[in-house]
Design a protein around this ligand. Sequence first.
Ligand code: ADP
Ligand code: MG
Length: 293
Amino acid sequence: ATPTALLVGTGRGAQLGIVIKGPEVLEATRDVDVVLLDKTGTVTEGRMGVVAVHAADGVDEPELVRLAGAVEAGSSHPVAQAVAAYGQARGPLPGVTALREPAGLGVVAEVEGTGAVVVGRADLLASAGLTVDAALAERLAAEQEQGRTAVLVGWGGAARGVVAVADTVKPTSADAIRRLQALGLRPVLLTGDTARTAEAVAAEVGIDQVVADVRPEGKVDAVRRLQAEGHRVAMVGDGVNDAAALAQADLGVAMGTGTDAAIEAADLTLVRGDLRQAADAVRLSRATLRTIR
Ligand code: ADP
Ligand code: MG
């Protein structure tokens, strides 16, 4: 490989808005055959807003929103920020203590007058010993089937409501998926959200394969599993919880609109956060390395 051609390739990348860490990255880019795509902030905008609140029978909805908002105010997760902003807009939030945030599951905190309040995935409520009645479980599933991220809110031994948060798919995502497929790459959606939500989003952008319900450390395992099967794996992500998987992948791709942790762990950054540029990078690497051979 002539160093000059590689430098020209990385320079051309920069012009396209693709920052390539070093000339050797082009080789990894060319060889990739599977692309794992993080859902929130990568395929979707990552700007979430509350779109529905369902209070269980006998539960006061403003109270539900207030408690959920108070607990979520202590977390920087995009779901948490949406729920906290929604609560704040409806009145002052009570203070909380003893906040715990099991990564990729939700938040638990003590609220004065109520005790421990849990907001998050069904498995988090279950592990906190809270029951979920059939009506709420049905509400939760119905929201997820629409591609929304829905979380349960519970206290005093039971789930008391569902809060659904929606994010929109980026307008460029479906086109990006088609371009990656046209280059012979297989896209896979990878997320800590539920399979129901992930499948609805995948269908919207034309992805056939989904790996869902993964904890942050499970994203690394997903990369390793594909590598063990002999694949050359690219991972595209934006969050702190994607950093380890970006480092493990044969090619780590960060959204320039994402967190510093993701950008630092990646080999390549898509400056505008436009997923179509992942396909541009593959085309560029193939063209560059062809001129070298
Ligand atoms: P992703 O892979 O989409 O970036 P995460 O791994 O960060 O998702 O989170 C997985 C799921 O855990 C979320 O979809 C949400 O249901 C739940 N969750 C995580 N953090 C929180 C939180 N602070 N509040 C409520 N739910 C949360
Ligand atoms: Mg993300």
